[in-house]
Design a protein. Structure first.
Length: 317
């Protein structure tokens, strides 16, 4: 799933697969990522005593310390984790498809300074400073990489995931496998199971078919290899994902962008509906709308994410 490729700008994919056509043709199939005004609204979705209420006041904290790089081995490949020390719960920031840890370069130090929490960002396999792994992208492998990194860092409890876009899939499977590790999660326009109906998945597969073939004719670069890896097996993976449920005991806040990742009204409405249905699944979930924001919420409305994280920390005590 990706955003538009513009001349003389690096590719900034948001939803690899879902918007792959945009990356290959330069025609926007996703909402543009442009800075916008401030503004905040909360949807009428369910709220919980753990997550609702006024924004939490930041705990007193010392000035944020610069993040240190830790290379972690998982099997035959290395992964780059960037750690800013602080208290628990730890905030683990996971970028969307095609993005590495640099996506959070402004938000990570801000969260560290305002909350005093440990902040971790990392590069998934094939991104940033992490090694490439041949073959199709599999969410199970991404979960294994994240778990290996957190284990090596000694962070196996009191974790809050902050997961953007495709990282919502990693978060869902991670939470299902390791619910006791998590204090909660903030899903930032996250890719969630409810969205991937058979009809929607088939539509995405059909839209991507020609573009994938075109991409195969392009020079092989790290970026094109990652796009092809993510597109490989997309349909079966997401039909299986549609059957997965977020664990009831793990609180979650779903932040949905006002524009959504889509320009087509039907797809945009399905995206909103899926987020609403996710929140209705348990009383410890909140739905927040990032007003005047594209899918790129971390850049358009970082304040919404900071507030949601603050509320999650407040609920955790």
């Amino acid at each position: 799933m990706t955003e538009t490729v513009r001349k003389n700008r690096r590719l900034r994919p948001a939803l690899v697969g879902m918007c792959l056509a945009a990356a290959l043709t330069g025609i926007s199939a996703c909402a543009d990522s442009t800075p916008s005004d401030s503004g905040n609204s909360k949807s009428p979705g369910r709220s919980s005593h753990r997550n609702s209420g006024a924004p939490a006041a930041a705990k007193p904290s010392t000035p944020a310390v610069a993040a240190s790089l830790r290379m972690v081995e998982n099997g035959d490949h290395s992964l780059a984790f960037h750690v800013t020390p602080g208290r628990l719960p730890a905030l683990v920031l996971d970028a969307g498809g095609g993005e590495d840890s640099s996506y959070w370069k402004k938000m990570a130090p801000e969260l560290a300074k305002k909350t005093g929490s440990m902040v971790v960002t990392y590069d998934r396999a094939g991104m940033g400073k992490s090694d490439e792994v041949p073959g199709a992208w599999k969410v199970e492998n991404a979960v294994s990489d994240l778990k290996a990194g957190l284990t090596k860092l000694g962070i196996t409890h009191d974790v809050i995931l902050v997961s953007h876009s495709q990282a919502g899939e990693v978060a869902t499977y991670f939470a299902k496998e390791n619910p006791n590790w998590l204090t909660g999660a903030v899903l930032v326009d996250g890719s969630i199971p409810e969205f991937y109906t058979d009809e929607e998945t088939a539509k995405i597969e059909a839209a991507n078919k020609a573009q994938v073939e075109a991409l195969k004719d392009q020079p092989s670069t790290r970026q094109t290899r990652q796009l092809l890896a993510t597109a490989d097996g997309y349909g079966p993976m997401h039909r299986a994902y549609h059957q997965v449920s977020w664990p009831q005991g793990v609180p979650a806040t779903a932040i949905v962008s006002e524009k959504t990742p889509f320009e087509t009204p039907d797809d945009a409405q399905l995206w909103r509906y899926a987020q609403q249905e996710f929140v209705k699944g348990a009383p410890n979930r909140d739905l927040v709308t990032a007003a005047k924001s594209s899918h790129d919420i971390a850049h358009d409305r970082p304040d919404v994410i900071v507030t949601a994280v603050g509320q999650m920390l407040k609920a955790a005590g």
